[in-house]
Design a protein around this ligand. Structure first.
Ligand code: FAD
Length: 386
């Protein structure tokens, strides 16, 4: 038994975790600094996902995927994120592209779209707009009826894998007067006329990932491109995010454990005033706190993943895991920078990169404030129900 709590994985999940650890150490870690410095998307890592079976992880084998459990996916995302946070985020996004299809796709949509994910294709989730991030129901993109289909107008922003994905799941209003019940999801092929990516974000962290806008200048979609029911798009988006939060938590575990390991090794190695840093309680006790918090974060995350694998609701466990783990990761990277002192503030210290990579975990897929909102509303409901 080590200081950090480790989940007990079944043989299959343990196999995927070990494979991910090997691949991440040998191929992803060595490029992490370069991807960050050059803000370069690692196409070669996607080729590695395909070669090793890490692509199409959430896609059931009947649709040509690897068909991993959520527990195994979390173990993989944790390992990869510890080696390279950008690659962990890309892998999580690849897995999540399948979710709206799995939740709401017709058999034909699943057959056509999920199979290529195993071959490395990505699907982007395009919900956020300039005036609609946390408040997704306020989105203004619209889908106007056009013959047998629709035309889409508007602009989506901060789209993960934008410009790289082969398809986008776009959320737009089919009935603006109906508010949250007037939103519908559409599958938009990357090459569709009027679907334009013309801005790539210059980011603080996870700089190896690609984040862009998606302009919708009258993009024509057929009725068969509607995903799920007309008017039920927001519900689909929120259910997708419920699951996404579990993999964000797994990214947080990877970043936190990498920061913890760096900080612990440095605190033992570095001497000031004639003794190792760790012998000063100001440092040693903070490390102890992070070790306990990281263990607790792992318990929450693997509990959420296990809930999904058992067919149970994942909304509450996912919110708990994402909120806690992303904030534990914050404390872990902060400690790592502090332990390295001046070196921690300068490139290419890995603690400096982790410090920037961590920050987005508290923002995307529902910020920390939104997780607290979800949880506090659930508390109020529970109290009202007695
Ligand atoms: C790198 C990156 C990748 C992303 N990938 C995607 C993607 O693939 N697809 C996609 O659709 N979106 C994506 N996003 C968007 C992301 O989900 C949003 O940025 C996020 O939901 C926050 O929305 P916002 O930026 O509009 O902030 P706002 O909603 O404007 O919020 C601003 C601040 O106010 C706080 N706040 C808002 N409402 C409340 C409240 N009621 N109470 C207290 N505080 C509140 C928020 O927590 C936040 O701190 C990505 C973002 C980033 C940075």
């Amino acid at each position: 038994m080590g200081v950090l709590w480790e989940p007990t994985l079944d043989a299959e999940a343990a196999h995927w975790r070990d494979l991910a650890r090997k691949v991440a150490t040998e191929r992803f870690a060595p490029l992490a600094e370069e991807l960050d410095r050059e803000q370069r998307y690692p196409h070669e890592h996607v080729a590695t996902f395909v070669e090793t079976g890490l692509s199409g992880m959430l896609v059931p084998s009947e649709f040509g995927g690897t068909g991993l459990t959520m527990t195994a996916i979390c173990a993989v995302v944790e390992e990869v994120s510890a080696a390279c946070a950008s690659t962990g985020a890309i892998l999580a996004a690849h897995a999540l592209g399948a979710v709206p299809l799995l939740l709401a796709g017709t058999d034909e949509q699943k057959r056509d779209i999920l199979g290529p994910l195993r071959a490395g294709a990505a699907i982007s989730f395009a919900l956020t707009e300039e005036g609609a991030g946390s408040d997704a129901a306020a989105l203004r993109a619209r889908a106007e009826p056009d013959g047998e289909g629709y035309r889409l107008y508007g602009e989506k922003i901060y789209i993960g894998n934008g410009g790289i994905s082969t398809r986008y799941v776009v959320f737009a209003k089919t009935d603006p007067a109906a508010g949250a019940r007037g939103i519908t999801a559409f599958i938009v092929p990357a090459g569709a006329e009027g679907a334009v990516v013309d801005r790539v974000e210059d980011k603080m962290g996870i700089r190896g990932t690609r984040t862009s806008n998606l302009r919708l200048d009258g993009v024509r979609v057929a009725k068969s491109d509607v995903l799920g029911q007309v008017g039920r798009g927001l519900k689909l988006a929120l259910r997708t995010l419920d699951l996404g939060r579990v993999t964000v938590a797994a990214q947080g575990l990877g970043i936190a454990s990498a920061a913890y390991r760096l900080a612990a090794a440095e605190a033992v190695r570095r001497e000031t005033f004639g003794r190792p840093l760790i012998e000063n309680q100001g440092i040693g006790f903070r490390l102890a706190d992070v070790a306990v918090e990281l263990s607790a974060a792992r318990m929450l995350t693997y509990q959420a993943a296990g809930a999904y694998d058992a067919g149970q609701p994942v909304s509450m466990p996912g919110a708990r895991a994402k909120l806690y783990t992303s904030e534990v990761a914050h404390r872990a990277v902060d400690l790592a920078v502090q332990v390295f002192g001046g070196a921690g503030f300068c490139k290419p210290c890995p603690a400096e990169r982790l410090y920037r990579d961590q920050r987005v975990l508290e923002i995307y897929e529902g910020s920390s404030e939104i997780q607290r909102l979800v949880l506090s509303r659930a508390i109020a409901t529970e109290v009202a129900q007695g």
